[in-house]
Design a binder for this molecule. Sequence first.
Ligand code: IVH
Length: 712
Amino acid sequence: MARKLDLAEKAVVELTAKQATAELARLAAEIAHHDALYHGDDTPEITDADYDALRRRNDAIEARFPDLVRADSPTRRVGAAPSAGFAKVKHAVPMLSLSNVFSDEEAADFLARIRRFLGLKEAQSVEVLAEAKIDGLSCSLLYLDGKLERAATRGDGVTGEDITANVRTLDDVPQKLKGKGWPARMELRGEVFMRRDDFLELNRQQEAKEAKVFANPRNAAAGSLRQLDAGITASRSLRFLGYAWGELSEPLGATMMEARERMASWGLPVNEPAALCDGLESLLATYRAILEQRPSLPHDIDGVVYKVNRLDWQERLGFVSRAPRWATAHKFPAEQAETVLKEITIQVGRTGALTPVANLEPITVGGVVVSRATLHNEDEIARKDIRVGDRVVIQRAGDVIPQVVEVKNRKGKKRGPAYVFPERCPVCDSLATREEGEVVRRCTGGLICPAQAVERLKHFVSRGAFDIEGMGSKHIVAFWQDGLVKSPADIFRLHDHEAEIAEREGWGALSAKNLMAAIEERRTIGLDRLIYALGIRQIGEATARLLARHYGSLAGWREAMLACAAERQANPSEMKKPELVGPQFADLCNIDGVGFSVADDLVFFFAEPHNLEVLADLEALLQIEEVAAPSASDSPVAGKTVVFTGTLTEMTRHEAKARAETLGAKVAGSVSKKTDYVVVGADAGSKARKAEELGVATLSEAEWLSLIGGQD
Ligand code: IVH
């Protein structure tokens, strides 16, 4: 120990090559250790200034002895992706999420939708694999010739993080597969999680060390897996169960069951409990059986995943947005608990919506402490007659925000007065009004309302939008209060304030630098993300993608929206017929998934000059990527507008539409001069005639299939 200190105190110019080698090794280990504490969930042991001193010394020694720079040098490791600490991995096949169902009826709808989509006859059965939904983190394992090559987190589904070193410490994950017959290139996927007993034991140890305790097994698994120091991961008991795959050089079989059996034969633990079901009744029976087993399982599960067994059907069913059509998660019922309502406060959202929030006597619901729950809106409060001081039932289901379900007062209890919903915004004092037919009361303060401004900024940096790592809600609030970030574009001017940010409490040179790097990473952004980030009412991620794909570029989109706004202004009629408003407006409404009311919200946004300024400001600072059709740039129908009409024989209309979209085509509901192809099935009517009138190419179903090269 004493020798190390001596060496550390020696001036860099005085070091011999041998001493420099030893020092660089020590610094690499020490910096990696502090990085791990910093990036992980644990508490840092040294101040930012001391950390910076270590980095500076490492840099100085490397500058003097460039030949001695280590492969694991901190300058190499952190340089490329300083904000993340892990290398990025682009998933060859996106890692998607699952849609949810919450009731038997919704499970029945799921099955019915699949039958409809595939156009199955009544007698034809659909086998579905039902398996537990593990409450952990999904993980991808790439095997090359049977050897584990790389492991990655899901990340945002498109890009994850390289956690190979960490995953190699898991006993459940074979470094080398057993048996034979695996595809040369094979990416298997599954869940990393912590068992409940291991979680309790870990927290006991953490408590003894006065280190951070984790809220639940899932957080503990996440904190343990995302450690820059794989040594820490190794010391935590993490498990793995496989249930899916990504890229494969050869198929794993014809069904899910076959693929599962093969995965198991190669030594990979596969997800249990699971059962192959045929028909709704057996599916629901399995659901109930797994729900019953839940308490006795060693790990947390939060539902049952249903997956169509036949893989050729899975392929036909494809995806909607970010979830497969061939699978869904049937979530377990919500957990409830009773507590006291202490206060009702009002939250103002980015669109000015006033949401009443119940502040509660803290209570544990399904393993999580809840002290706030939503009361939805003023009508709900009135309908349930909820008053401050009442005993209320709180419900929590999965990731959904906890809600107040009902009042449960003891008989004869004296109650407070009925709640009066405010008619003014509690933040900016502007009038809050309700439009006809709406349940939501909104602040009319618009741009002058600080709450709306801050919420819009939070949305701007959120996950589906700019997704700036390290820029959480509390930072946005702090930067806004200090005037550093008033509008979205200010985020991209923050580098002028890097030194100032480094000085702030809770920050430091390294954190400030990391934030700047994370911001820089997002200076290039897809048009779809930009559109979503603007926070326009009703424009979610899926609609933003449709708009980006339809209009291609920011300039194209803006021009069209301004034209729509002009058309709408000239025709503020109440008649909800898009064609009567104008051609651009009709074209917008004709995008499948955009209707009159969504189009109107876009028009409102573009009619406000300030919004145009915000957009121009961003445009000057950002590189906006045009949105290519998904994996279809070379498909013959990419970018083409297609209309289907009449009865198709090879597939249902729904399936035809989904496949066309996967190939990058835009599917429209009616024929116009902009239509490229009209695919005419049996008994087609007016649309086929209109195509002929307008001189639009018509194709038979067979011609369409041969054009897209799909016989299926
Ligand atoms: S299948 C295409 N099966 O749930 C989607 N996912 O809510 C393939 N999960 O990100 C996923 N247990 O992390 C599948 N038995 C199971 C699962 C499971 C847990 C997780 C997974 C996924 C998330 C989606």
